[in-house]
Design a protein around this ligand. Structure first.
Ligand code: BV8
Length: 245
């Protein structure tokens, strides 16, 4: 049974600014592995080996094959009801944005608009040395840049800084929103993990959607302990009844 949300609708209207902040959990119902769940990536692999510059320099083949497999899985996966419901929310609330830590591209494939991919996108490749974008030939998992550098996924690894302008845009949205949904993230990675705290400090309503508790849970106005693909469609129904003209 879905917990009924205690969202104060009287504080909202169709012009309200809503942030959908998402992590790997929103893609779980599409069949994609998360990172820190018991069956997640980091239960099988060392994150520093697979998601850091040093790890790539140590064993390019291992890292490139891991990302090639994740690209294949992501392309085989379909956006789920959670991704698709965000598209419906964005039609009802034209000032709503998606700020995602995910690199799987499912938000865009679901038709979400105004997406900030804080950690990049694993379907894009760039040069490890000069950072220029590279085209990965179909079926290949490696490519060499004209500067001699190796192609690598265009994602943010541990120890790498996020795109500063993207991060400040995300912080701006978080500080100025009326409602902040934190969906499917364990809230353990920074600086992205800072965003729900900024929203709360700025007085937004902050709703967490995650079957598990996270370090942010005690500060959420409400934590909905159900899968995102179940909660978001139910929430959309409540919002549609309250705000659809
Ligand atoms: C940086 C590569 C400058 C992309 C990843 C303080 C400030 C700044 C940095 C740091 C800091 N303290 C430490 C750092 C360093 C580090 C960091 O955060 N370390 C952690 C361990 C503390 N941060 C960095 O290195 C960042 N760089 O800041 O540069 C700098 C450098 C060095 C030192 C200081 C500053 C870069 C961070 C990005 C790293 N890249 N991966 C990729 O291949 O994907 S990390 C990885 O974690 C992914 O990017 C992922 O997006 C991210 C967050 O994970 P989640 O999305 O939350 O996934 P997780 O599995 O953890 O949780 C899933 C949740 O879903 C669970 O809670 C589960 O219950 C829930 N769930 C499951 N099913 C469902 C569900 N929820 C809803 N519905 C369901 N059905």
């Amino acid at each position: 049974m879905i917990q009924v949300s205690r969202i104060p609708f009287e504080r909202l209207n169709p012009d309200s600014q809503i942030v959908f902040f998402t992590g790997a959990g929103i893609s779980a119902e599409s069949g994609l592995a998360t990172f820190r769940d018991p069956d997640g990536h980091w239960a099988k692999h060392d994150p520093m080996q697979l998601a850091s510059r040093a790890g790539f320099q140590q064993d390019q083949e291992l890292v490139l094959s891991w990302y090639a497999q994740r690209r294949k899985n992501a392309l085989r996966a379909d956006p789920n009801d959670a991704h698709r419901t965000i598209t419906r929310f964005q039609k009802l609330f034209p000032h709503s944005v998606v700020i995602t830590q995910n690199v799987d591209g499912l938000h865009a494939r679901a038709g979400n608009q105004r997406i900030l991919e804080l950690h990049g996108n694993l379907h894009r490749t760039k040069c490890f040395l000069c950072h220029r974008p590279l085209a990965l030939p179909d079926g290949a998992q490696s490519v060499i840049c004209s500067c001699g550098g190796a192609g690598r996924p265009d994602v943010v690894w541990f120890g790498e800084t996020l795109d500063p302008s993207l991060l400040s845009e995300a912080m701006e949205y978080s500080r100025n929103c009326d409602l902040f949904f934190s969906i499917g993230t364990s809230n353990q990675i920074f600086p992205a993990g800072e965003l729900p705290y900024l929203a709360r400090k700025a007085g937004a309503i902050v709703i967490e959607i995650n079957p598990q508790a996270t370090p942010f849970s005690p500060l959420a106005d409400q934590s909905l302990r159900e899968p995102a693909g179940v909660v978001l469609p139910a929430l959309y129904k409540e919002f549609h009844e309250a705000f659809a003209a």
